[in-house]
Design a protein around this ligand. Structure first.
Ligand code: HEC
Length: 178
């Protein structure tokens, strides 16, 4: 009983007979119905369509080449330091991370050296100078370390000047006594 029900179900779900294939003879007679002139016109239309498609593809290729050349020219026109920053630093950073820091050449040199020595930035010879000059020009300002260096240099210069003046005065006093 169950087997019969299953069989009925399978028969009900099975697809019907496949539709007859398009028969070659019918196709041929249909194509044969075209006159020679109609066939020539069809060929001409196809050839025109192919030519138009090729022209569109060529135009797209030219447009892509023009765009690539423009981008390349724009890139080359930008300052070296900016291009180096992009190539050597923005591999690890986004620009904002670097933009928000303001320091002078000394601070930027220290930062770039830290990147090279501790963080694995790879620079070729001479690139550090260009990157530092670019960063110092675009993000001017003194970091705390730089202010400390400037103040220390000032204090040192004052001490040296004081020392020299004291020594001169002592010498003069010794001459007067002698
Ligand atoms: C290989 C990855 C890498 C490259 C390349 C790299 N950095 Fe860094 N940078 C780091 C890491 C990691 C830190 C965080 C640790 C630290 O401050 O030393 C950092 C931190 C910094 C900071 C401090 C950010 C803050 O929030 O204080 C600055 C500024 C900086 N990098 C600038 C540069 C510049 C300029 C270059 C290109 C010369 C560069 N980095 C290239 C990995 C990199």
């Amino acid at each position: 009983m169950l087997r019969a029900a299953c069989l009925a179900l399978v028969l009900a779900l099975a697809p019907g007979p496949a539709p007859a294939e398009l028969d070659a003879e019918a196709y041929e007679t249909e194509a044969g119905a075209l006159t020679e002139a109609e066939r020539a016109a069809m060929r001409a239309r196809l050839a025109a369509e192919i030519a138009a498609e090729q022209a569109r593809a060529e135009e797209a290729r030219l447009a892509a080449a023009r765009k690539a050349a423009r981008i390349e020219a724009e890139r080359a026109a930008r300052p070296l330091g900016e291009r180096l920053l992009e190539a050597r630093c923005l591999t690890c950073h986004d620009a904002g991370q670097i933009d928000r820091i303001a320091q002078g050449s000394l601070g930027w040199t220290a930062t770039v050296l830290r990147m090279e020595w501790l963080n694995g930035a790879r620079l070729d010879a001479g690139e550090r100078g260009a990157i530092v000059a670019h960063l110092a020009a675009r993000h001017p300002g003194r970091s705390r370390a730089e202010w400390a260096a400037v103040i220390a240099a000032g204090v040192l210069a004052a001490l040296v000047a004081c020392g020299a003046s004291l020594r001169r005065r002592a010498k003069r006093a010794a001459r007067r006594q002698g």
